[in-house]
Design a protein around this ligand. Structure first.
Ligand code: GRF
Length: 217
């Protein structure tokens, strides 16, 4: 099996990055993490990547001012140097230009801490509580030009408790994120995701886990 070469793009803590690195250690996992790239030199996740022996790169957006194309050209150069085939955004806090998104179309995915299409954007846990939803969760989706709007690959859900706070929800949703992101990348890297009419079709055979995740992983 040739493993797909993956870059994980981060801006901060990097716990999803760590979950992807851990999953990719398995011989049978269809992807390898070839690069961790951060747009912030102080991202805590960089140390974790280095400790795991993963190549890292920093493309500091601040050095490019308002020139988003130049920033993305520098990122693209790093991706090409490492012969990256798939890109995972994992807490990467920069909006990407339409031309970068188009260039990586079908090969660029993101994790969002809500059940899309609900609660796109920031402060998802606070907004889920304010809306009074009883079920909340996380989504891994393809990146398209419109933020948090691409075809959904995997979602994981949990019940909202009456005494939940944004922090308690964040903690429980994060545990789900760490399961669904490696699962979604495995589906993509093994060619089991196709997009039909803007929706993902998934070829998945594994049994369902003890919590609700669709597709069953
Ligand atoms: C996660 O909640 C992810 O869903 C969101 O940003 C957060 C990143 O956390 N996009 P981490 O850096 O992966 O720990």
């Amino acid at each position: 099996m040739t493993k797909k070469r993956v870059a994980v793009l981060i801006s901060g803590r990097g716990s999803n990055m760590a979950a992807l690195i851990a999953a990719a250690k398995a011989d049978a996992y269809p992807a390898q993490i070839a690069l961790v790239l951060s747009n912030r030199p102080d991202a805590a996740g960089l140390a974790g990547a280095r400790a795991a022996g993963i190549a890292t790169a920093i493309v500091d957006h601040a050095a490019y001012g308002k020139d988003r194309e130049a920033f993305e050209r520098a990122m693209q150069a790093e991706l090409e140097t490492r012969r990256v085939e798939l890109v995972c955004l994992a807490g990467f806090m920069r909006l990407l230009t339409p031309s970068f998104v188009r260039r990586w179309q079908g090969r660029l995915i993101n994790i969002h801490p809500a059940l899309l299409p609900a609660f796109k954007g920031l402060d998802t846990h606070q907004r889920a509580l304010a809306a009074g939803v009883r079920i909340h969760g996380a989504s891994v989706h393809f990146v398209v030009e419109e933020m948090d709007s691409g075809p959904i690959i995997v979602q994981g859900a949990l019940a909202v408790h009456d005494d939940d706070t944004a922090a308690s929800l964040a903690e429980r949703v994060l545990a789900i994120e760490h399961k669904i992101y490696p699962a979604a990348l495995a589906l993509l890297a093994s060619g089991r995701v196709t997009i039909v009419d803007g929706r993902c079709r998934i070829e998945s055979t594994e049994a369902a886990a003890g919590y609700l995740i669709a597709p069953a992983i």
